[in-house]
Design a protein around this ligand. Structure first.
Ligand code: HEC
Length: 116
């Protein structure tokens, strides 16, 4: 086997190992490992970085102000993962699940007028 081929085989093996590792994390819900893969410090930070530019209620924002509408956390998560008319969907590679849980709770708390 040439060096090039050997390298290719080891890279393929590494990729497979990595994928099975991820599947294992998804299955046993290892919170520590999932935290390592978080993309934002908090749900509020993610809201400010991702959602606020379209949803601030400013006259130049393209999306509606929705804090006053009283959506619950599950509804917010649904809109984020599926998109809605002019709003793009945000996948797990854009906002991880742990952050999205916090983001949805943050928005729902704003909707209820509970300061956070
Ligand atoms: C690129 C701009 C944009 C970004 C970024 C964006 N949205 Fe939206 N969003 C929209 C638009 C536009 C609509 C309205 C769609 C329509 O009614 O046609 C909308 C609608 C919504 C609605 C429904 C509101 C209503 O009452 O009609 C929710 C909830 C929502 N977005 C949540 C979020 C959250 C949470 C994020 C951050 C993860 C986010 N959006 C990021 C543009 C955006």
């Amino acid at each position: 086997m040439t060096l090039g081929k050997q390298l290719g085989v080891s890279i393929a093996a590494l990729v497979m190992l990595n994928l099975s590792g991820l599947a294992a994390i998804a299955q046993d819900g290892n919170a520590e490992r999932l935290d390592d893969r978080r993309m934002f410090k908090s749900g509020q930070e993610a809201f400010e970085k991702v959602c606020a530019r379209c949803h601030t209620g400013r006259p130049d924002a393209v999306g509606p102000e929705f804090f006053s509408k009283g959506y619950d956390a599950d509804t917010i998560k649904y809109f984020v993962r599926n998109g809605f008319a002019g709003m793009p969907a945000f996948t797990e590679s854009m906002i991880d699940n742990a952050t999205l849980d916090e983001l949805a709770a943050y928005v729902a708390a704003q909707a209820k007028g509970t300061p956070q």
